[in-house]
Design a protein around this ligand. Sequence first.
Ligand code: ADP
Length: 233
Amino acid sequence: VSELREVTNHIAHDLRSPITRIRGMAETTMTGEQTIEEYREMAEIVVEESDRLVGMINVMLDIAMTEAGGRVAAREEIDIVRVAESACEIFQTIAEDRGLTLMVDCIQGPLVIRGNLSQLQRMISNLLDNACKFTPPGGSIRLTLQDTKTHAVITVADTGIGISDQDLPRIFEQFYRADRSRSTPGNGLGLSHVKAIVRAHGGEIQVESTPGKGSSFTVYLPIERDQQGVVQS
Ligand code: ADP
């Protein structure tokens, strides 16, 4: 019950802050004598906060639909190596800007799995995004992709702040954020989205972490092969 209460508290807090800001702006507009420029700035904040809210609601809906298997129909054959390498290309600049080294160590593609392209892109991006956010400048991130014949195994490892034993079992819950990461931008939905996507693809996700040393997230995605080793579609 206390865990449920805590989750509800996080949800209430995360949804309330943007609404409070929007309300504040509307109130100032009603009562104050502002310049056009100030009104414009306030309108920009209202748009930003509304987008944040809509974004959060969309992610929550997507998680619910993914958990319910609602996206299964949109599956196709996907080269997961290409997806991982493309995501790393995008994050290369983000990592550099933060003073981080991003290393990519993928097997030679293609490695075809059946899945939903945008969901798989989202899954890898969320893991890379977290690695960039929670690794101080000077650190490094490594994405590896291996083929165990039964699974595509993707690992995103960083040399960042790490996760305490107390937080580790809870990081996949919606809105859960460790106390020391609450000052970092985010909404605590990223990892629950990742987990829902992995599960919808029949896979598993594991995490290992040492506070102060870094974290490593490993995703196992099943490959359906026949006896000749050909991927089944
Ligand atoms: P967000 O990143 O928006 O806070 P997530 O659901 O992606 O939400 O992650 C939940 C929490 O798990 C984060 O707030 C952080 O405390 C912890 N976490 C996730 N990834 C990492 C990482 N690579 N290193 C350290 N902590 C992490």
